[in-house]
Design a protein around this ligand. Sequence first.
Ligand code: SAM
Length: 275
Amino acid sequence: MNVVARTLQNQSSRSSDHGLTLLLEKVYAEKGWDFRNYKRTTLSRRVSKLLNAGKASSYGEYFDLLDRDPSEYYRLFSAVTIKVSEFFREPEVFESLSHIIRTELSGSPIKAWCCGCAYGEEAYSLGILFSEVMPAHIFAGSRIFSTDIDCEALEQARRAAYREEALSNVPDGLRNKHFVQADGLFKVGMNLRSLIRFGTLDIIQSPSIKGVSILFCRNLFIYFNKALQESVFQKLDYALKPGGMLVMGKAEVLPSSYAHKYAAIGRGLNIYRKL
Ligand SMILES: C[S@@+](CC[C@H](N)C(=O)[O-])C[C@H]1O[C@@H](n2cnc3c(N)ncnc32)[C@H](O)[C@@H]1O
């Protein structure tokens, strides 16, 4: 048993919270993944689930397991980076955006960014929207950069094949137009796939993108503590052009220090125009 594991076993009263801190430091030191400022409650729930799944009966044992079997780091990574998504998640957001693109943004090609895109459902949904509302030559010049910390999720996103459940918000007309059915899966058409560029980007540690007119960053801030939300928001703000649209998740709020730079569009949609 290593020194950290032994120390942990001796600290029964505060072992859980302290154990989590040491675990996050270890993960950062060994793998460079910085989860240290993710929300403790969510992290603690996810890690406890791993431990309870029979992996280890204490943090100390879990440290030993990580040392013995480094592939466990990837299971931990997967447990911490929650990748729930679906096509046209919160359809009213896409309806409102459709109107904005049609009336304000369709005059020239758009550079969009989906930050924290999971398996690509959000990026392809935005792509469908582009293809439905943009003139062909504007569509051809537009790009959606779609990024996530998880390169395996991005590999799946590039494969662009989805189970039917992921498409429950996609109306039949759009389903028939933009997907091809093969082997029980729905594959996104080539037209959309050439619009979207997938790439690994850790929003905490990587530099930002520039010159973006539409920026989706939904259901990612909910996993960050307040201080991390502030520092990451700086990168989103840097990326967005004045007049550009920021789309956040329903349960997320703009950091108060940026509220004066953004105007909310509609009510309860969490779409903001950068002033
Ligand atoms: C719940 S999903 C959100 C997917 C999509 N935006 C949506 O709302 O349906 C959160 C995504 O953020 C990614 N993520 C977590 N930490 C990240 C980081 N530091 N940088 C970039 N992406 C991250 C996860 O891998 C996951 O795919």
